[in-house]
Design a protein around this ligand. Structure first.
Ligand code: NAD
Length: 330
């Protein structure tokens, strides 16, 4: 049995679908702070299976213990966390409390109930402001905001845990920029409030919910001056988790993998791909650069390809089409 924390969220729900389709048994634990219970029905519609669900907070000791007491959990995939970089700068303690204290509580429950496998949702943000591209798993680590610090602290805790007890198996997955949605259009990314990420913002502009997109900086040293990022389809990302689970099911160790495509697209290229894939117009304005943003970020995917057998399959056009296919109907 696999416990999926944050399993009603964006990446978690797609991973739950993939695991159910592989006949794995999963339980979701989520406090619904950034997702809705309806997701469970949509997972059922897609897979024909209704995952067991606990509405609970990872910081709630007794609620987390109850999940472990009532089920034999062999592995945890830990998605639950807050992820808005800007908010983390304004409210760092909220992020340390939710993400770091939450992870400690979860890891203590795992120890108590002899659950020794964990796959953790880390992020390319742990590479800080990198000087050379592409980023491989040995690139120097750094922090540019409190959100990123929570990811690095949790990675460090897991490294220390592994040093203390090598019966534990850990996969740190460093995601690049997830886009897209399940092809059914039933699950996808629908953040509450003003979105932080590019694609939900583009979708809101396409739907007329926001007047225009701010493109932060057009004077970077890139092909068209706008920032370049490595975008990966959420379906590919979900498939990466299934591979990671396969890895620690039969091997003991601490593994670190980038999940990206290895190719970068500029903001203007994404806008153009979205307009072409969906036949809609996206109004945008050039705004000043944001502090902390860098020109180009993309992954070196060699290690995940050779060790994990992971290779992203979807194109930027697929990501744009599937994002809109989901968002136009919410
Ligand atoms: N989306 C991205 O761009 C991105 C990139 C890199 C890493 N990540 C990481 O991947 C993970 C999943 O991201 P996502 O995009 O699916 O986000 P999401 O907000 O859609 O999903 C996170 C889920 O966790 C739940 N949650 C949050 N705090 C909780 C708590 N204390 N107890 C129980 N549930 C809680 C939320 O309700 C939500 O359903 C996060 O840890 C995020 O930091 C995301």
């Amino acid at each position: 049995m696999i416990l999926i924390t944050g399993g009603t969220g964006y990446i978690g729900s797609h991973t739950v679908v993939k695991l159910l389709e592989q006949s794995e048994d999963v339980i979701i634990l989520d406090n619904l702070s950034n997702s809705k219970k309806d997701v469970l029905n949509n997972i059922k519609t897609i897979t024909g299976r209704h995952p067991e669900f606990y509405q609970a907070d990872i910081r709630d000791n007794s609620a987390v213990d109850k999940v472990f007491e009532e089920n034999t959990i062999d592995c945890v995939i830990h998605f639950a966390g807050l992820k808005a970089v800007g908010e983390s700068v304004r409210k760092p303690l909220k992020y340390f409390n939710n993400n770091v204290a939450g992870a400690i509580n979860l890891l203590m429950a795992m120890e108590k109930y002899n659950c020794r496998k964990i796959i953790f949702s880390s992020s390319a943000t742990v590479y800080g402001i990198a000087e050379t591209m592409p980023l491989d798993e040995n690139s120097p680590l750094g922090v540019t905001n409190p959100y990123g610090r929570t990811k690095l602290i949790i990675e460090d805790m897991l490294r220390d845990l592994y040093t203390s007890d090598n019966r534990v198996s850990i996969v740190l997955l460093r995601y690049f920029n997830p886009l897209g949605a399940h092809k059914s259009g039933l699950i996808g990314e629908n953040p509450k409030g003003i979105p932080n990420n590019l694609m939900p913002y583009i979708c809101k502009v396409a739907k007329g919910e926001l007047p225009y997109l701010n493109v932060f900086g057009n004077d970077y040293d890139t092909l068209d001056g706008t920032g370049v990022r490595d975008y990966i389809h959420v379906e590919d990302l979900a498939a990466g988790h299934v591979k990671a689970y396969g890895k620690i099911k039969s091997n003991r160790g601490l593994y670190i993998y980038n999940l990206g495509t290895g190719t970068g697209y500029s903001v203007l290229q994404v806008i153009d791909a979205f307009e072409k894939a969906n036949n809609v117009k996206i109004n945008y304005r050039i705004a000043p650069r944001r502090t902390g943003d860098v020109a180009i970020v993309y992954a070196d995917t060699q290690k995940s390809e050779s060790e994990l057998g992971f290779k992203a399959e979807y194109s930027i056009d697929d990501m744009c089409r599937d994002s809109w296919n989901f968002y136009r109907n919410v």
